[in-house]
Design a protein around this ligand. Sequence first.
Ligand code: PMV
Length: 313
Amino acid sequence: MDRVGKGVASGKIILMGEHAVVYGKPAIALPFTQASIETKVQKTNEKTLIECIYFSGPLEEAPVVISGIKNLINNTLNFLNEENFGLSISINSNLPAQRGLGSSAAVSVSIVRALFDVFNRDISDESLMELVGYAERIHHINPSGLDVNVIAAGQPVLFKRGTDPVPLKVAMDAVLVIADTGSMGQTREAVTNVSDLFQSNPDEIKSALEKLEELTLATLVHLENNDVENLGATMSMAQEILTKFKVSNEVLDLFIIESIKAGALGAKITGSGMGGCMIALCSDKQSADKVMSALDKAGAKAVWTLDMKDVTL
Ligand code: PMV
């Protein structure tokens, strides 16, 4: 029997530096291993078929909503010098889409990996970045590359636009709680909001971006020193700036307030904001349980935890 190509990718959480990363500032992101996307590709004798939550049928008839995926498949097959025929591609995900958890980059990474795998070809990091980076530029207006880099790396990274990601070791005595508001993050609008603010008030936004950079660099030190309290405080300081950027919203603000009331050491949005998810840092599992139930009560659609002691795939 022909081999089945498989490609898996997990999501991502931005711990610090979202939005500032678009302007060349550093950011820190972690793989979100609680949810992932798996693509399987089987060879057939029919035209290429695709099966995903948005559409099931011939790839050539795929609706606009998955045109990015269609392009990515075509580009990857071109890259591999393979024909777009005789493939059955199925995509399975438990990573909620458009919540700032990196689902668009994860779906792309899983597809490219699965296509390389079905043709028994090795993939270099460079080729993966090139193929997936192109797809991301279609989804977003001005992607920094952070999502793709952390998802492809599958480990915590310090990332600065235009440079290679620096792998980080995260081994902290803390638990991160992640809560989904259930509403879609608005990456385009949020990135545009910040850019409009930048145009209208460059000095103020420039200094806010510099402050975010300082907070990201402070986060590195706190991670290294296992300084959970100061990491929490740093997250809350970042949230104050992100609020001024108008990328938080009422529900995210409510979740942040409730998690702090329940004992979190700090909380902020993660990802573009204007919907999507927030994160709260807790000193241990007991504290995380309290924060989770407070977020549940506040109406979170889903709540996860990430043990910061062991953040690898
Ligand atoms: O699309 P999201 O929610 O994962 O946000 C990406 C992070 C931003 O910094 C807002 C944009 C970017 O390209 O880095």
